[in-house]
Write a protein that binds this ligand. Sequence first.
Ligand SMILES: *Cc1c(COP(=O)(O)O)cnc(C)c1O
Length: 465
Amino acid sequence: MTSDANVLAQAAAAAQAFLASLPDRHVGARATLAELRAALGGLLPEAGVAPTQVIADLVRHVDAGLIAMPGPRYFGFVIGGSYPVAVAADWLTSAWDQNAGLYAVSPAAAVVEDVAAGWLRALFGLPATAGVGFVTGGQMATFTCLAAARHAVLRRAGWDVEQDGLCGAAPITVVVGAEAHATIFAALRYLGLGAGRVRTVAADGQGRMRSDALRATLATCNGPTIVCAQAGNVNTGAFDPFPEIAPLTQRRGAWLHVDGAFGLWAAASPALRHLVAGVERADSWATDAHKWLNVPYDAGLAIVADASAHRAAMSVTAAYLIPGSSDQRDPLDWTPEFSRRARGFPIYATLRALGRQGVAELIERCCARARRMAERLAAAPRVTVLNDVVLNQVLVRFQPPLDGDADAFTRAVVERVQRDGTCWLSGTTWQGKGAMRISVCNWSTTEADADRSVDAILRAAVAIS
Ligand SMILES: *Cc1c(COP(=O)(O)O)cnc(C)c1O
């Protein structure tokens, strides 16, 4: 294979063409599995292919299998798009190809993470001394935070879990809300705490942990205890009542972890900050930059108030490493990875481009679009919005014209909308009821996009009535 400078310009042009197509592109995928396999498959070639040919083929063959996920009318799951400045910094991150593990290996990557960590703590109103790890996503953020929690609650019980493992340690009680995200349970599995050993606390009609139920559960817990709460329910967007939960866990000497994958960003908005009141009293917070900050994957953030517990759980030493001096940050002290991408660059660039005001406007704008969609949908006949739209999430249920099955009808509306391609969203089951789930977390979604999407949704419901 020859080096081929043209291939970079070719890729940049293809990337820009894709981004330019987003406002009008059919949002869902258009290719079938068989078509994608036929276009992309085959045996590993014996002889190589020219890089410009490879990139040209790749762009052509994946196109129909791409989803306009960074576009303005993608409302599936909780995804977020990418600001152009974030993509630009991400391109440079790949080109610079820095191993971000150690200060000695990449001083620039280490300093950029250090600076961005400070900006993020300030933006979220979290302690200035908290540890911040730049991880792959919310899953690893929660893993990292709960590893720090495991360290701290066992250290208080006189046990060194990093040296001695869990065998023989006092059992840790893990308390979760009934609406805890699936990634909490995966993290507990990775940490040897067991997904099935949790104590579950009842939630209310919006999915918020009930503090009276937490109080009752904590009264029956002995020994090392970790409580996992949530800022931003993945269906309703609701927030657990931190002003009540934080004192309860503190009094009990328990560790309080908050899954704020997207909801923690409410802290960045003066208008929405009340939703996370008290969240700063937790011990650890997991959040994502690839969701609501609109930077490309992978970008999760693990934040731990007790930086020494964070570091004790994550740091790695080896004879051949060159540890940074006390005022130099070694990024591998804060994440589960050793060698890794310098994922601080896109976050740094995006925060700098937006400023505090720009981040607040992004969050508030998405919530306003969600409210607009909810209001228009709720005003239509036989359409119900199931949740209080406090943030960016909307749950919608459709009643068929005659006395039919609303679950099946709602599912059919979701499928029809997906096929139509004006926008993309998915279904869910909320407290036993089938629902369409709309998540607005893209910087580029305009009021016109919100309206065009509502029109498409209502058109789909009429078409199958
Ligand atoms: C998305 C999400 C996660 C998982 O985050 P990833 O970045 O996908 O790993 C965890 N919790 C909540 C509430 C989420 O919305």
